[in-house]
Ligand binder design. Structure first.
Ligand SMILES: [Zn+2]
Length: 142
């Protein structure tokens, strides 16, 4: 095998491995990780570097969660279908927890960099409030 052939073979194998790897992950997780990287770069000068970012379906009372020791971020699947600025806010919120634990003034100062924090929080509060409204008779709840 010539060096050129060998190089080509290596790159083909690497492409195959990368494709397998992305198939193993749940749909949408790769996009989510890219989005986290982009948001961290844009608002936190790239300082928040999660090890994993993924969608989860077992989180019904929280929109997102973060385990700073592991660098893992999880977003509730309930956010899917909500406006992008809302998903971005929740992702940024969890990214900020990699830098500042808790919800003290330092935490909210970080989030001030994102111009739609208040709007996104209002949207999510509205969703929670709407879920608590009594359902009209004859409709079935989930
Ligand atoms: Zn929080």
């Amino acid at each position: 095998m010539s060096e050129a052939e060998e190089q080509r073979w290596v790159s083909v194998m690497l492409d195959k491995l990368a494709a397998q790897e992305s198939r193993r992950r749940a749909p949408g997780d790769a996009e989510l990780a890219e989005r986290a990287e982009r948001l961290s770069a844009q608002y936190f000068a790239g300082r928040a570097r999660p090890a994993t970012v993924r969608w989860v379906t077992n989180q019904n009372t929280r929109w997102g969660s973060c385990t700073p020791a592991e660098g893992s971020i999880r977003l509730s699947h309930r956010l899917k279908g909500m406006p992008e600025y809302v998903v971005d806010y929740v992702l940024l919120h969890e990214l900020a927890h990699l830098l500042v634990p808790g919800h003290g003034p330092d935490f909210w100062r970080l989030l001030e960099a994102y111009p739609r924090t208040e709007r996104a929080r209002g949207y999510l509060e509205g969703v929670v409030a709407a879920e608590r409204l009594p359902r009209p008779p004859g409709t079935r709840g989930e």
